[in-house]
Design a binder for this molecule. Structure first.
Ligand SMILES: Cc1cc2nc3c(=O)[nH]c(=O)nc-3n(C[C@H](O)[C@H](O)[C@H](O)COP(=O)(O)O)c2cc1C
Length: 216
């Protein structure tokens, strides 16, 4: 075993940067998220909009990273391939969770809610705003499918590059687009000394957000 792995139980940090008290947070979890997100963007975090998306179907949870691309109408928006594993899981079960971990700020945000597809118009507008190379990549990849080797992707990319040569505005693949997660629970976690972390959770009850403090 590598030296680092054998010493894994010694890896620990003490959290001393900040605190999170009811009197200092907004009544609205989206406003509070916006405050923390801005601090994450300014906080030297490589990809502050990276979030773990967990889905469940047939009793099997699966997690993977996706990028938050908008926070609109109280929903967290990301883009993916509708035929991917995650797409299949979300078609089967629309209950999902999202998780942000901003290590340099010693913060975590957990979101639970329901997911749905966003409109084709918004997906198309976003698709066409991406760099051409990313658009071609979306055409070339049958996300989550088994492929023989990496050459398959190179050939697919060449195929679509040629196919769309001279076409300025690429169409969006039918099976590619956005999802929005509308939360019913958002928890803000701030690391504290002695593992006595601050946890404030917002629950949506009868269209109002109720805030509670949880034991760490
Ligand atoms: C930092 C990072 C950002 C990612 N962003 C996305 C994304 O926005 N959309 C996406 O479909 N996959 C994204 N991926 C890839 C996914 O994590 C995953 O590998 C892929 O979507 C296939 O997942 P699935 O087989 O569970 O559907 C990202 C991966 C990383 C590490």
């Amino acid at each position: 075993m590598s030296e680092k792995l054998s010493q894994i139980s010694d890896l620990r940090q003490n959290y001393t940067l900040n605190s999170l008290l009811k009197e200092n947070v907004s009544d609205n979890p989206f406003t509070q998220f916006a405050v923390w997100f801005e601090e994450a963007v300014n906080g030297d975090i490589y990809e502050p909009n990276a979030m773990i998306l967990s889905t469940v179907s047939e009793n099997q949870p699966k997690s993977r990273t996706v990028l938050l691309k908008a926070l609109e109408n109280d929903g967290f928006v990301f883009y993916s391939n509708y035929d991917s594993h995650k797409g299949e899981q979300m078609a089967d079960n629309n209950k999902v969770s999202l998780l942000f971990y901003w290590d340099r700020l010693q913060r975590q945000v957990r979101i639970e809610g329901t997911v749905s597809r966003i409109s084709e118009e918004i997906s198309t507008a976003y698709f066409q705003s991406r760099p051409r190379s990313s658009q071609l990549g979306a055409w070339a990849s049958k996300q989550s499918e088994v492929i023989e080797n990496e050459q398959v992707l190179v050939e697919q990319l060449e195929f679509f590059t040629k196919k769309f040569e001279g076409i300025e505005v690429l169409p969006k693949p039918e099976n590619w687009g956005g999802y929005v997660v509308n939360p019913n629970k958002i928890e803000f976690w701030q690391g504290r000394p002695s593992r006595l972390h601050d946890r404030l959770v917002f629950d949506l009850v009868d269209s109002d957000w109720k805030i509670s403090r949880l034991s760490p």
